[in-house]
Unconditional design. Sequence first.
Length: 239
Amino acid sequence: MHQEPIRAGKRLAGGGRRGWTVCWTLLWLCAALCWHPAGAQEPIQRLFDFDIPAQPLQSALEHYSNVTGSSVVYRAALAVGRRSAAVKGIYTPEAALRMLIEGSGLAAEYTAANAFILQPAPRAGGGAPASRKSNAARGAFYRSYYGVVQAGVRDALCRNAVTRAGGYRAAISFEVSPAGRIEGAQVLDSTGDAGKDEAIVRTLDDAVLDKAPPLDLAQPFVMLIVPQSPEHDQGCPTH
């Protein structure tokens, strides 16, 4: 497998002509950790230069996303009180993520090559077979809804010329109503542009997802929007 080292540092933080990506990690009580293998054609395996000190998990995830461009949306409550481990050196994104969450009580599951969810790590034993089967089915059901949230928020932001513009960073929170409408959007960490902050809130508050959420879905969600570098996939489709 070909490996391409990438030095990720200050050049990720600028604006200019760089795109951006909506990054999300959904933290949720769902199924056990699993790995989705790559397709038939072997991809280029990229390496990144990480220098992430131990810190609160939320800020560590933002730092990780800034470096890798990985998609991150998470349930806010699961990050509270949790800290990351330090990650320093050149690693693949997958290896760095495992190191970052080591000891946090969470496990990672990839939903796409550049997107993942975090969830509580499964307990040893896992309970009775019937219970494990039920939990697996429930986890699959919730993961399918995470994809709906991912697509809906991405599409809403991409349709607005202001919110799809490159070079900005923000953290936002929101809930999804029983009718599937995004509500209560807030910018937790400003882009530095009050007009852009307001545009993000207005855009999301007008968005309606394709499906209503499960009745027991814990909310709110937190989404990190980070600057896009040339090494990462574009967050919005080109037309």
